[in-house]
Write a protein that binds this ligand. Structure first.
Ligand SMILES: NC(=O)c1ccc[n+]([C@@H]2O[C@H](COP(=O)([O-])OP(=O)(O)OC[C@H]3O[C@@H](n4cnc5c(N)ncnc54)[C@H](O)[C@@H]3O)[C@@H](O)[C@H]2O)c1
Ligand SMILES: [Zn+2]
Length: 703
């Protein structure tokens, strides 16, 4: 026999859809509330939630008690002590319609529920930003913070007191009259400012760690840490917006008491209360508030996802009461979402003014944070690999405030088969020069600094600056015009400029044009150090340029120097040496240098310090121990130093020779242990007389 066929609701495709939605919403609520690591943007979650609500509204008998529409938040995490809320911490009914009409509809509903007639005065509301963070209940006894709890599932939260104590904006002791209240529970939002969030992610990125999706999840994750030291290391902020239990000491709440008074009291007691909160009379005023805050949203230092309207009179709040998971006297009126799903059409690489390569996702156009976005940054190659973003994937794009849109994560399901993993090109997509990535750096860079069109403006400004070629009058505005008008394509073109190409440019009279030309002409006579610095080779600042000029004396010697040759310059390490070598290995950079020389740029050259005969033992370190048969310590030291060597006090791996005499002690043992060559006096004299003959390794052990 077959099992009975499903009948009634179970066979209904809409019932099956509701089941699927419940399953999906449970999964995403778990990722969001329990793990602080959502897989889909809030807007997507809200869309699924609204769809389920609509089905449940048509079929009230299908509503299950565990339906996400009937519950608040998520289960508390194990590892925290559970805290039962005396007054439940609820959700707020969300109005996703971002048009002003939603405010009017809320006002109309409140008037109806309060049975107000057309002749009654407008209802007074308090309108507040809806901070995008994590709700916290703070319990104070006799003015002292005794417990802090998360919302959890609304009934039971997590005890996060130790973590909350690390947040400077949360008072540990209340001020003024607050100190006298026997028991007070303050509600508010822990959040992370946008700049703090960007800086935190920047640090994560630099360390090669996973970045946070948005400030809300970073804040929630920081509060729900088992180790308070981790919380303390994350920059968290706080706004208070209400009280749970109305303090018994204040009576039953003043007759005619208002939410506005509560906020003022919270301020007096030492809590940060947003100065964006307003009293509004009637629905039109709420709609105006929504528009006003919406227009200022991008400029705020923190994320908000909407505004909250609350009936001001506390007695009316009590009259209106609650439904399952939300109060009837408040509503959240949303703004356009700052995160959306879209598809990656391609991953391009952009070259910045300083040669930095940035992978950028080309997106299917998507409306996010109030604008249509078609490009979003992926920061660097490591970041693309860490997030594993590939062409064809669906991703979460975030655009908040003035921060450039960013791909924050790949969203499941992944397409099958997937695209190829992204690889950084080895040649600059703009100029074809070699792309390099230095040790300990996350960024890839184009090495064609002098030639690369992406870096033209920067290169010319650097070249012309006072400390380099000193071309007075060639500032940013003029360079912009010259490059944008295609009059100048690189530094070499400066020496081909004539009066006709300058006159007629914005703010270029005959006089200033001839001044600039004269300055360009005068710059032809320069020094090798200035010229080198002006080339804009990465890591070659003024002082390195001077060292290079002194050491090599001639430009050709520097251009042809090997990395080893470059390493002989004092203070030049491997990173700098490689950077110089790579720069001159680019044929295009060399061409520009030739063009500059051909236009008459010149400087005095000399043979360079490098060519002077080096002392035979320069760079060698000796350690003396024991009594030598004929030479005193001082004599031995003087003779070593005259040959360019150094005498050190203790033996290390950097020691080239130990010179040991009678009664040599621990230094000799150390030399043996490290395998440092050992000389007796005769060996030392032989070495001083003929440094080439004895090399480290051929030791003559006196013992
Ligand atoms: N991306 C996902 O997978 C996912 C999953 C679950 C939930 N969510 C998101 O979570 C939100 C739903 O959350 P909710 O039901 O927890 O409630 P809610 O965030 O919509 O509203 C209640 C909360 O608002 C906060 N709040 C901020 N400012 C306030 C103010 N001035 N006054 C009072 N409260 C204020 C409080 O923390 C309170 O707990 C939705 O935005 C939803 O998209 C996303
Ligand atoms: Zn380039």
């Amino acid at each position: 026999m077959f099992a009975a066929l499903p009948t009634g609701a179970v066979a209904d495709p809409e019932w099956r859809r509701a089941e699927a939605l419940r399953r999906a919403l449970h999964h995403h609520a778990w990722r969001y509330y329990v793990l602080d690591d959502p897989e889909i943007p809030d807007a997507e979650y809200d869309r699924l939630f609204a769809e389920l609500q609509a089905i449940e509204a048509r079929h009230p008998d299908w509503v299950t008690p565990d339906s996400p529409t009937q519950r608040v938040g998520g289960r508390p995490l194990e590892g925290f002590e559970p805290v039962r809320h005396t007054v439940p911490m609820l959700s707020i009914r969300t109005e996703t319609d971002t048009e002003a009409g939603a405010a009017l509809a809320f006002d109309a509903r409140i008037r109806k529920e309060l049975a107000l007639g057309p002749d009654d005065p407008p209802v007074v509301y308090v309108a507040e930003p809806k901070f995008d963070g994590l709700a916290i209940g703070l319990l104070y006894e006799h003015g002292l913070l005794v417990r802090a709890a998360t919302r959890g599932d609304g009934e039971t939260g997590e005890d996060v007191t130790q973590n909350i104590r690390t947040i400077g904006q949360i008072p540990l002791r209340l001020r003024g009259a607050g100190a006298e209240i026997e028991r007070l529970e303050v509600r508010g939002e822990v959040y992370m400012r946008r700049d703090d969030f960007e800086a935190l992610n920047e640090r994560q990125r630099a360390r090669g760690d996973k970045t946070f999706v948005n400030p809300r999840n970073a804040a929630a994750g920081a509060v729900r840490q088992l180790d308070p030291a981790v919380t303390a290391s994350r920059p968290l902020s706080f706004f208070a917006y209400g009280v749970g239990e109305w303090p018994a000491a204040l009576g039953d709440g003043p007759e005619g008491g208002t939410h506005w008074q509560v906020l003022q009291a919270l301020r007096d007691w030492g809590f940060p209360v947003s100065d964006l909160v307003r009293r509004c009379e009637g629905g039109e005023a709420l709609a105006a508030y929504h528009r006003d805050i919406g227009a200022r949203r991008d400029a705020l230092p923190f994320d908000i996802d909407g505004v909250v309207y609350k009936v001001d009179r506390l007695d009316w709040q009590r009259t209106l009461g609650f439904v399952t998971r939300e109060p009837r006297w408040a509503i959240a009126h949303k703004f356009p979402a700052q995160e959306q799903l879209t598809r990656v059409l391609a991953i391009d690489v952009q070259v910045g003014r300083t040669g930095k390569l940035t992978p950028v996702a080309k997106l299917e156009p998507v409306f996010v944070g109030g604008v249509t976005v078609t490009n979003a940054t992926l920061h660097n190659a490591d970041e693309v690999a860490r997030k594993d973003v590939r062409v064809g994937d669906t991703v979460i794009v975030r655009r908040a405030g003035d921060v450039i849109p960013e791909v924050v994560a790949v969203a499941p399901p992944l397409p099958q088969p997937r695209g190829e993993p992204f690889v950084m090109p080895s040649a600059c997509p703009v100029c074809g020069s070699a792309v390099v990535r230095e040790a300990d750096e996350v960024d890839h860079r184009c090495s064609g600094g002098l030639y690369c069109p992406a870096q033209r403006k920067q290169a010319i400004l650097h070249f012309a600056q006072r400390r380099a070629m000193d071309i007075e009058g060639l500032g940013e505005k003029l360079v912009d015009q010259l490059v944008d008008g295609n009059v100048v394509r690189g530094v070499a073109d400066l020496y081909r400029l004539g009066l006709s190409s300058l006159v007629g440019l914005d703010r270029m009279a005959d006089k200033s044009a001839s001044n600039v030309l004269a300055a360009i002409e005068a710059s032809k006579s320069t020094t090798l150090a200035r010229f080198l610095f002006g080339l804009g080779i990465r890591h070659v600042g003024e002082s390195t340029a001077r060292d290079l000029a002194r050491h090599f004396g001639r430009l050709d010697a520097i251009m042809d120097a090997s990395v080893d040759d470059l390493l002989r310059v004092p203070d030049v390490g491997p990173v700098v040496a490689n950077s110089i070598h790579t720069f001159f290995a680019q044929p295009h950079n060399r061409e520009v240098v030739e063009q500059l020389r051909a236009s008459g740029v010149h400087w005095p050259e000399h043979d360079g310090d490098a060519k002077a005969e080096p002392l035979p033992l320069s760079g060698k370190t000796f350690v003396l121990t024991g009594t030598l048969p004929t030479l005193t310590r001082e004599e031995a030291k003087a003779r070593i130093e005259a040959a360019g060597g150094k005498v050190a006090g203790s033996v290390s791996r950097k020691t080239d020779w130990v010179v040991a005499g009678e009664a040599a002690g621990s230094k000799l043992d150390k030399a043996r242990e490290l395998g440092v060559p050992i000389l007796d006096e005769a060996g030392l004299i032989a070495l001083l007389d003929n440094p080439g003959a004895v090399s480290p390794g051929s030791d003559s052990d006196p013992g």
